[in-house]
Design a protein around this ligand. Structure first.
Ligand SMILES: Nc1ncnc2c1ncn2[C@@H]1O[C@H](COP(=O)(O)OP(=O)(O)OP(=O)(O)O)[C@@H](O)[C@H]1O
Ligand SMILES: Nc1ncnc2c1ncn2[C@@H]1O[C@H](COP(=O)(O)OP(=O)(O)OP(=O)(O)O)[C@@H](O)[C@H]1O
Ligand SMILES: [Mg+2]
Ligand SMILES: [Mg+2]
Lengths: 158, 168, 158, 168
């Protein structure tokens, strides 16, 4: 399993440092090992948003941390690409410019997998080809309604 | 292998028989807080064999069965079915030649889970085996649940290692 | 200190069960003790959003949990009301209807304290009387610009 | 007692002398991710006497001093000043009669913090004493930092008790 871990780590590091600049619109990031022993080492994340100095994930802002984590999750997803990927409000802490880049990445992921994204963000809603509305008109009972984008924005506001 | 539909009934807040259809490459799921969006994700992980109640945000597995609202009584069973289009034969093994594959899980208040593939009763292990190699599974990285992003952000180096080991 | 803890707990419970229905537009909530011994007892939160059954905070949705926590934080703030209250993106997981009620509560809090709210949400921006923009036009260097609401929505999108 | 202004220089990403003025009852702070909004909150908690680098998202207290960017060199000191309007005499004790109160903290790379109230050097304890009874302080509930909401949500009963004890 040592070899397997080493292989997985190396591919993940490549995937992660690929997704990071796409989501941040520049900068660079990589994983690093806390010790030389493959069997016990921990993993830390080094990230450098565009125009900033390199730092560990803890010195980043809330939104920068979230976007770094999303880059890592997309890297993990690519290790074992499944026929679909479901995301639950991963865009909540992001500003509009980062949400735009997040949506670009969804569009490129959707070339090889179905993307299902739960969101309150109107930009992400507009990036979807189809919207499913969930309502609780009867308190405590969930139902599905089909919605278009304008209706969806209304639904979220009801 | 495309996910065509999720059919739920008696599962969490989806008490009535409800179909969630996915007919496009990028599908958005929207609705007010507490309306049942994350319950759909719980349904997908549950039917794929999730055995921990805590990871489904409950105290015991019975918490997945609809336990009433201000106007409805609790029900006795929860059922979730995933319907896949397998016309490209992506699922390997015995089921490769099926063009449609249905995976179902039913739970009664007696605590017994009943798994079915194309309406034939199977064991939980058979469901896990069928999904092996497709990237899908109850804890696969194809499902990014609410709060997972902030958990990754706050994790220590040895926890990040455990994430990578699970993916290996 | 036992008496002090008991007093604080009782007032907080009252404050919390006051704020909850204001933020949720109905329902009820309260604190409860895990044991009879005041010196060692833990505290759990029971919350019942409108139209739902009573449950512990863990069975609630992401947004319902966040709004419950905000009710508790406002209850704690009222224990020791300070001249100002600063909030950092507490509205991120909320849908528009909950953000509206959150803003109503900000308006009533602002009768006795200055409210400073960091947000990406356009409804909260519009609820503020004055907006302060923070930019990093020069990479890595923060500056302050004064903005109006339209300009702020642009700034977040840049 | 109203907060009129925060003056920062060399503190985190605010390398140049910068004034943040609060001239209304509800003030919104907006801007893209990573532009420095939460750094303003860190500045307020730091000047009020926060002694833990970890709670200011750093590894050591020196992390609050601007440590450079792609175009600027690191600087040697951080300084934050809070300016209050005390015309209603809300601050008790010695400072009650002052109509304006300025609290300042300066830190050099030598690790020594210098506290001042109305430009007179004081100890950290004097700053804490001055704020006592006003509801303000480095860890008071008048500051709800980013991520605190999800920390409260995930906390266990004994952790919630600790929250209440701190407020008592
Ligand atoms: N000592 C320092 N010197 C220079 N820059 C620093 C220092 N400490 C922190 N920073 C920078 O400040 C930025 C974080 O700022 P902050 O957390 O205030 O962002 P924010 O506006 O709150 O963003 P978000 O909307 O994502 O929460 C980081 O990118 C970090 O590089
Ligand atoms: N067994 C059950 N029976 C009935 N209702 C349940 C059951 N389990 C959970 N629920 C209800 O489902 C609701 C949570 O739904 P869910 O977490 O899917 O919301 P959501 O749409 O994701 O909201 P958010 O946008 O806030 O994340 C809770 O309010 C809870 O009361
Ligand atoms: Mg949810
Ligand atoms: Mg922030």
């Amino acid at each position: 399993t040592r070899v397997r871990f080493e292989e997985t780590y190396t591919i993940l590091n490549k995937n992660f440092s690929n997704y990071f600049p796409k989501l941040f619109g520049g900068g660079k990031a990589s994983l690093s090992l806390t010790s030389d022993d493959w069997l016990t080492t921990g993993i830390t994340v080094l990230a450098q948003p565009p125009g900033k100095r390199n730092s560990t994930i803890h010195l980043l802002s809330g939104g920068e941390k979230a976007l770094t984590a999303v880059s890592l999750l997309f890297g993990l997803f690519e290790l074992n690409p499944a026929p679909f990927c479901i995301m639950d409000e991963v865009d909540a802490p992001l500003d509009d410019a980062n949400v735009d880049r997040f949506c670009d990445t969804l569009r490129s992921l959707s070339q090889h997998a179905q993307i299902i994204v739960i969101t309150h963000n109107k930009i992400t809603m507009q990036a979807a080809n189809n919207l499913i509305g969930v309502t609780m008109n009867e308190p405590g009972v969930s139902r599905i309604v089909s919605v278009d984008v304008e209706r969806a924005i209304e639904l979220v506001e009801s | 292998m495309k996910l065509k539909k999720i059919a739920v009934s008696g599962f969490k807040s989806f008490v009535d028989q409800t179909n969630v259809r996915f007919s496009a490459q990028i599908v958005g799921v929207v609705g007010p807080n507490g309306c049942g969006k994350s319950n759909i994700i719980d349904a997908v992980r549950w039917v794929m064999g999730e055995s921990s109640a805590k990871l489904l945000r409950g105290d015991s597995m019975e918490d997945v069965i609809f336990n009433g609202s201000s106007t409805r009584k609790p029900v006795g069973r929860a059922s979730v079915e995933l319907l896949f289009d397998n016309s490209l034969g992506r699922i390997k093994g015995y089921y490769q030649s099926f063009s449609e594959i249905s995976v179902k899980r039913i739970l009664g208040r007696d605590g017994k889970s009943d798994y079915r593939i194309n309406d034939k009763r199977v064991r939980r292990k058979d469901v896990l085996d069928m999904f092996r190699g497709t990237g899908l599974g109850p804890r696969s990285y194809s499902i990014i649940e609410q709060g997972m992003v902030s958990r990754i952000v706050e994790s220590k180096p040895e926890e990040l290692r455990a994430f990578v080991e699970e993916a290996a």
